[in-house]
Ligand binder design. Structure first.
Ligand code: B12
Length: 415
């Protein structure tokens, strides 16, 4: 679209979508404004305060770390998500998407949320909820506005799916790109969130060509709309400017966007001492922009393998029944969340002469047929029994997840 503002959008060739593009920065003299905004936001976190995923997201994207606040939020979000699902309480698609983004930004796998009360797969939940949101658009049928919550939430859904590389992303992106005009978005905040979802899709592999074409076309229109809403150093109003700035920064990796970022940063900085962003949610939406990043970057946040906690498990095998009796013990280190089967594999790897074993797959998982070349036998009614301390396990070795310092014994037994 040729327009009066001289907005010039050109698709740039991009090899790495995570690489930041140099835009503008907060001047050194004003960096303390941003830091104090972040510190105040983090202070809003507490064990008795309902958790806000946007706050965790901002803390993880930013340069101000608050490990205590981050840990509290992770714990609260995980418990709250499991609670909402188990109690069938309200959990809109956009909210699920924000939980997914926030937990992923903390390197917590949203597809495997496990707390004492239960476990859930938030990515699958997001896929289902987004399908439900977009159901009316399925077979080329005409959209019914009342079916979706808001396009803002659908934008978050797309961003969440794309961040987790969900296989449903391309389909969702195609529908979103086809239907989100600036008029449909209706405000800068919504256009900005949809832009971030679509920009994320441009960085994905295996997106069909026709979807990418549609995505680029829609992005062009939405970016122009956002740029046209610049006034007095803001984009939309004070509360949409952070999201709009994030969206433009993210889009700059693919498009040449003609905007004066430093004027906008300056205006936002001027508003900080006026307490414009004193609500944690307002700070959380504007901070990533001030830090020169966006929600699209969550996908690129590194989660080093060695971040995973290792636990030690003691594993003993005993035969006091047949042939040469034996008792061997070993202690192995495995990643937290590993199954007992993985503990046994590790033990066998380290000392194959003693801890080798064989198993058969069954509908209940792996059934251990022999350990240290000693096999259970139906005629003798012998089998390998598994105990934690002296208590028999209630599940098989491929289901049991040992805890830190567990002592597991496999004892050759009769039944
Ligand atoms: C969609 C939306 C709405 C929809 C919500 C409908 C719906 N069923 O979802 C409607 C049009 C009803 C709405 C109304 C208002 N909104 Co509104 N809204 C948004 C928007 C674009 C997205 C919110 C969202 O979906 N978040 C994602 C979901 C997953 O998170 P959520 O926590 O569940 O979101 C809920 C709340 O945000 C709530 N909500 C929406 N707006 C507001 C405003 C206030 C003051 C409160 C307390 C709650 C609230 O509705 C959401 C859905 O349940 C935001 C933009 C933004 N930057 O956040 C503005 C935004 C939050 N709204 C804003 C405002 C000002 C209002 C109104 C006060 C406008 C008015 N003059 O009447 C009214 C609320 C009046 C009231 N009854 O109390 C401002 C808040 C600024 C501020 N500092 O307080 C924002 C930031 C827009 C902006 N850039 O100015 N809004």
């Amino acid at each position: 679209m040729e327009n009066k503002l001289g907005v010039f959008l050109v698709l740039l060739s991009v090899t790495c979508f995570c690489k930041a593009v140099n835009t503008c920065n907060v001047p050194d003299t004003k960096k303390s404004y941003v830091t104090s905004l972040a510190i105040n936001m983090a202070r809003s976190v507490g064990p008795c305060v309902p958790p806000d995923p946007s706050v965790l997201l901002a803390l993880n994207l930013g340069q101000v770390k608050d490990p205590t606040a981050q840990d509290i939020l992770i714990d609260q979000l995980k418990n709250d998500a499991v609670d909402r699902v188990s109690k069938n309480a309200s959990f809109t698609s956009g909210k699920v998407a924000l939980y997914v983004l926030a937990l992923r930004s903390s390197c917590v796998d949203p597809s495997n949320i496990s707390v004492q009360k239960g476990s859930i797969n938030l990515v699958q939940l997001l896929e289902n909820k987004t399908r439900e949101e977009l159901r009316a658009f399925g077979n080329g049928s005409s959209p019914k506005a009342s079916v979706i919550t808001t396009w803002y939430q659908v934008g978050l859904d797309l961003l969440g799916l794309c961040t987790m590389s969900s296989p449903y992303t391309s389909t969702a992106a195609h529908i979103v790109a086809k239907h989100t005009t600036p008029e449909v978005c209706g405000n800068v905040d919504t256009a900005a969130v949809v832009v971030m979802g679509l920009v994320c899709v441009l960085g994905m592999e295996n997106v069909p060509k026709n979807t990418l074409t549609e995505v680029r076309k829609t992005l062009s229109g939405l970016l122009n709309y956002i740029l046209q809403n610049q006034k007095d150093g803001l984009i939309g109003n004070a509360y949409s400017t952070g999201l709009a700035g994030q969206a433009l920064m993210a889009a700059e990796k693919y498009f040449s966007v003609n905007w004066d970022c430093s004027v906008i940063i300056q205006k936002v900085l001027d508003l900080i001492p006026k307490k414009t962003f004193s609500l944690p949610i307002a700070a959380a939406q504007v901070l990533p922009f001030l830090w020169g990043t966006s929600y699209v970057s969550v996908k690129c946040l590194p989660c080093p393998e060695n971040n995973a906690q290792f636990i030690s498990v003691e594993y003993t095998i005993v035969n006091n029944i047949i042939g040469e009796h034996f008792l061997y013990s070993t202690t192995v280190l495995v990643k937290e969340g590993s199954t007992l089967l993985q503990v046994m594999q590790k033990a066998a790897e380290l000392d194959p002469n003693k801890f080798s074993f064989e198993s058969q797959n069954s509908t209940w998982g792996a059934y251990i047929t022999s350990i240290n070349h000693l096999a259970g036998n139906t005629n003798d009614k012998t089998y390998w029994q598994f105990l934690r301390d002296s208590t028999p396990l209630e599940v098989g070795v491929s289901s049991y997840i040992p805890k830190k310092n567990d002592h597991i014994t496999a004892i050759f037994s009769t039944y």
